[in-house]
Design a protein around this ligand. Structure first.
Ligand code: CO
Length: 132
């Protein structure tokens, strides 16, 4: 069901501000920067071994990431599992009593299909299913 960790999502106020830490201090290659209108975020991906780091910067006050920053400040936001046939994975999880934030997949960064589990079903961790 789970292929591994695809990426780790990190909420930041400004990608430009933290970029030198990832690029120059940690020496991680920047894979790209894009905007995901649906979630009102600017996203930067850095490669870190087999895993990517996904920096999320809000582009409006109503962005879910802005709401997260207001409540908790910058830091770890979610962990994304790589998966295949995401629709079936969602059905399976629901059958096992897991509450989903997204009952149907939506399009995330890189054109991936994504769906979030509700953290009330996963001991406080926000998990994402991600199919490329
Ligand atoms: Co993500």
């Amino acid at each position: 069901m789970i292929k591994g960790i695809d990426h780790i999502g990190i909420a930041v106020h400004s990608i430009e501000y933290v970029r030198p830490f990832y690029e120059q201090t940690l020496n991680l290659p920047l894979l790209g920067i894009e905007y995901v209108e649906d979630q009102q975020v600017k996203v930067a991906f850095f490669q870190c071994g087999d895993v990517k780091l996904e920096l999320l910067e809000p582009t409006s006050d109503s962005s879910p990431i802005q709401q997260f920053l207001n409540k908790r400040g910058e830091g770890l936001h979610h962990v994304a599992f790589g998966t295949q046939t995401i629709d079936q994975r969602i059905t399976q999880l629901k059958r096992k009593g897991i509450r989903m934030i997204d009952e149907t997949p939506r399009i995330g960064a890189g054109g991936a299909q994504i769906a979030f589990l509700h953290p009330s079903s996963s001991a406080g961790v926000l998990y994402e299913l991600c199919e490329k």
